[in-house]
Write a protein that binds this ligand. Structure first.
Ligand SMILES: [Zn+2]
Length: 373
């Protein structure tokens, strides 16, 4: 069995594994095997050994999947990176993602019901994990009355759940420290262009009172407003796009069922929409895509059309999934998906946004950590 490549991935990764790995975050190892290793279709299983140092004790991890290796399959490495089933995949145990270095070694590849296969190619891959603070979010559902129908609307639990899950999966953090409540809104429907400003002012006032009362000042506050099946759509907005760390910058956004909105067909669009507005509170601007729909206020954005990768397919997105929500492990083709700060379809975090939010979170953590008492 000739090992073609080993990739260590969390949210977005390039072919040389240059995107930072966040300590304590869910991590996948992919082992690619050349199709020329077999003369007939083979079903392969595998095991990696993970060590904290070259000579330290090993933790052995079995593959999540069985790899069907077909000598007639012409998929190249870029093709295989974009198809999650075309590698042996391993989930690193949490104690192997602590800050610092590890060495991953392909320990065994076996044919189903058969013996160990001899291994050639590069069997080892070092990886380094960097410590990062958690994301602290307090989400406020704003319950409003529609004066035309005399009905009230507040976000269903599913929207809080999807937003929290997306932030956990896609943001450069080991975990999300999350809380949420629902309160009566200071505004009613029908909405107008000022509604989101009122929402943000209300959320900012709640945050100010909470922080005075002892809430961690690194906590970002987000207001969630139900769209009443699109009858009352409040366009999202952040109160500002701070150039320096300012966790008191709040944002608000709408929620409702995906129904194909920006390519989202699941139970909620609150996830990527909220991640976009929160991205602004971490200083992220708009890449400018689709051209004409969005202002281009981030001149450093590196990828064509707001994609996760240029046409060279160097970057692939990874969604490690959420079992509780039935969201499977997926590879997201770089040119077919778009950065969360765009207005384009199928959103995820590109490396530019991932690294920038990671850097900002660390700066907030240093500047706003509460004094020890
Ligand atoms: Zn925006």
């Amino acid at each position: 069995m000739e090992i073609e490549a080993i990739e260590v991935c969390q949210v977005i990764q390039d072919v040389e594994s240059q995107v930072t790995l966040v300590a304590g975050k869910a991590t996948l190892v992919r082992v690619y095997i050349k199709q020329s290793s077999v003369t007939a279709v083979a079903r392969l299983r595998g095991e990696i050994a993970v060590r904290a140092s070259e000579t330290g004790p090993a933790t052995f991890v079995p593959a999540l999947n069985e790899l069907n290796l077909d000598p007639a399959d012409t998929a190249t490495l870029p093709d295989k990176r974009e198809a999650i089933e075309k590698s042996l995949n391993f989930r690193l145990p949490e104690n192997m993602t602590r800050a610092g270095d590890i060495v991953i070694e392909v320990n065994r590849v076996t044919q189903a019901g058969g013996a160990d296969q001899p291994l050639t190619g590069t069997r080892r891959k070092p990886a380094t994990f960097v410590a990062a603070p958690p994301l602290r979010i307090h989400c406020i559902g704003l319950r409003y009355r529609d004066t035309r129908t005399n009905t009230t609307h507040s976000p269903d639990a599913i929207h809080f759940t999807y937003l929290r899950s997306f932030l956990e999966r896609a943001y450069p953090v080991p975990s999300v420290i999350w809380s949420h409540i629902v309160v009566d809104a200071d505004f009613t429907a029908p909405f107008n262009v000022d509604t989101v400003v009122q929402a943000n002012m209300q959320v900012a006032a709640i945050r100010s009172a909470d922080v005075s009362a002892g809430v961690d000042p690194r906590t970002h506050y987000f207001g969630l407003v139900d769209d009443a099946n699109r009858a009352n759509f409040m366009r999202g907005r952040a109160m500002g796009i701070p150039a320096t760390p300012q966790p008191d910058t709040v944002a608000s956004g709408p929620c409702g069922a995906g129904n194909g909105f920006a390519g989202d067909t699941d139970a909620s669009y609150a996830d990527w929409y909220g991640a976009h507005e929160l991205g602004h509170t971490f200083g992220r601007f708009h890449p400018g895509f689709p051209v004409g729909d969005q202002d281009a206020s981030d001149p450093q954005f590196p990828f064509a059309n707001g994609q996760l990768s240029n046409a060279d397919r160097r970057f692939v997105g990874y969604d490690l999934g959420d079992g509780a929500l039935g969201i499977p492990l997926k590879a997201l083709a770089g040119p077919g998906h778009h950065d969360v700060m765009t207005y384009a379809d199928r959103q995820w975090l590109c490396s530019h946004t991932f690294e920038a939010i990671r850097t900002r979170l660390r700066a907030e953590d240093e500047q706003f950590a509460p004094a020890m008492v």
